[in-house]
Design a protein around this ligand. Structure first.
Ligand code: PLP
Length: 403
């Protein structure tokens, strides 16, 4: 159709139900808003990022440059180059005690892609997927995009938001196809203790449901918590999917590289899907990932030491604000305070609080609503101690108190 001015108007069209079922990541929306403030020259105390503020380690970058110079720029086999699949299995065995063969490994364009592939390969319409809440924003939408039905299991702040096998058992139905466990958790930092993880695995086995363990933050644990994989339990592999990512562990978010470890028939199905969608992950990135997994782990240790310092400061600062409570995160790089005492007619939910914080104090946080946890805010400490101090001052001014 043409307007009087001769301009073509968009014709209305119908999108697929798949698209209408899902929404744009709310964490992305906050980051975009904060970016607009920064573009206007405003000094934002940015607690939004879900990614390390450290650069990718030098040896990994050099491996990518070498791969480019050697013209490793062609298609590779769909599930990743053979040495990388071997390296994933070797690294996972050495670091987390599993025993996978390369045929049980697929390399993907990020951890999210591994989760997406697994969901698409397993879920049929009406299949239920248990998602413990608070949850990482993408799980419900990935499940919905794959035709499944998310079933939320609310964990308790008194339990440090840890998933418990006994609670899981209560929500399983004959339609449950999969349970997602994310430890350490984004957004709460909750870590499921190994004994509890073993019980969760047992419950899943008894009910014949898949357990997907998202190990994205495996190497950022604090206090008594240690990197752990339920795949280290002998006999665990039958209905288990390990979703892994190099994004956080090696500060490689932009490179887009992750993997899944799972029974071979499922890996083959995921490979089939991948072959008709994204094909192989970026070839240069695969060579960088090979170096990351085979090379020294000292940069990971250094990042963890810095996160440990920041975590202490930010926890103390947030807890010093009147009316704010906060569980102790045992992993990842977020604190997840409860600010519901500060909700009011003007700011009735955490989304409104986050918006006000950005407007009035130029502090960027992600509202708990995005993670299925109203009344909470996710504060990332993937930012320097100096910026944390500045952000805490502003938070204290906003809520009233001294951080
Ligand atoms: C819990 C969790 N799992 C998976 C991912 C996916 O990471 P990527 O796709 O960058 O590997 C993220 C990223 O934020 C995450 O927080």
């Amino acid at each position: 159709m043409e307007t009087a001015a001769g301009m073509k108007m968009e014709e209305a069209f119908e999108l697929a139900d798949r698209v209408n079922r899902i929404s744009v990541s709310q964490t992305m929306m906050v980051l975009q808003e904060a970016e607009r403030y920064k573009a206007r020259g405003i000094d934002v105390a940015d607690f939004g990022p879900g990614e390390p503020d450290f650069p990718t380690p030098e040896h990994i970058k050099r491996a990518a440059i070498k791969a480019l110079e050697e013209n490793r720029t062609k298609y590779t086999s769909t599930p990743g180059i053979a040495p990388l699949r071997q390296a994933v299995c070797d690294w996972h065995a050495a670091q987390l005690g599993s025993s996978y063969q390369p045929a049980e490994c697929i390399v993907t364009s990020g951890g999210k892609h591994a989760i997406y592939n697994a969901a698409c390969a397993l879920l049929n319409s009406g299949d239920e997927v248990v998602i413990p809440a608070p949850y990482w924003v993408s799980y419900p939408d990935i499940v919905k995009a794959a035709d499944g039905t998310p079933v939320f299991l609310h964990t308790r702040a008194e339990d440090g938001f840890r998933l418990r096998a006994a609670d899981l058992e209560k929500v399983l139905t004959p339609r449950t196809k999969m349970v997602i466990a994310n430890s350490p958790s984004n957004p709460t930092g909750a870590v499921i203790p190994p004994e509890e993880f073993a019980k969760i695995l047992e419950v899943c086995k008894r009910h014949g449901t898949w357990l997907m363990t998202d190990e994205c933050y495996s190497h950022f644990t604090y206090g008594h918590a240690r990197p752990y994989s339920v795949a280290s339990i002998p006999g665990s592999k039958n209905r288990l999917i390990v979703a892994g990512s190099l994004s956080k562990t090696f500060a490689m978010t932009g490179w887009r590289i992750g993997y899944a470890l799972a029974p071979k028939p499922l890996v083959d199905a995921m490979t089939k899907l991948q072959s008709q969608s994204t094909s192989n992950p970026n070839s240069i990135t695969q060579y960088a990932a090979l170096e990351a997994l085979r090379g020294p782990m000292d940069t990971v240790t250094a990042m963890l030491a810095e996160y440990t310092r920041r975590r202490e400061r930010i926890l103390a600062g947030v807890r010093a604000i009147p009316g704010v409570t906060c569980t102790t995160p045992e992993g990842a790089f977020y604190v997840f305070p409860n600010v519901s005492a500060h909700l009011n007619a003007h700011a009735p939910d955490s989304t409104a609080v986050a918006r006000e914080l950005l407007e009035r104090e130029h502090v960027a946080v992600v509202p708990g609503d995005a993670f299925g946890a109203p009344g909470h805010l996710r504060i990332s400490y993937a930012t320097s101690l100096e910026r944390i101090e500045e952000g805490l001052r502003r938070l204290a001014r906003f809520f009233g108190g001294s951080a």
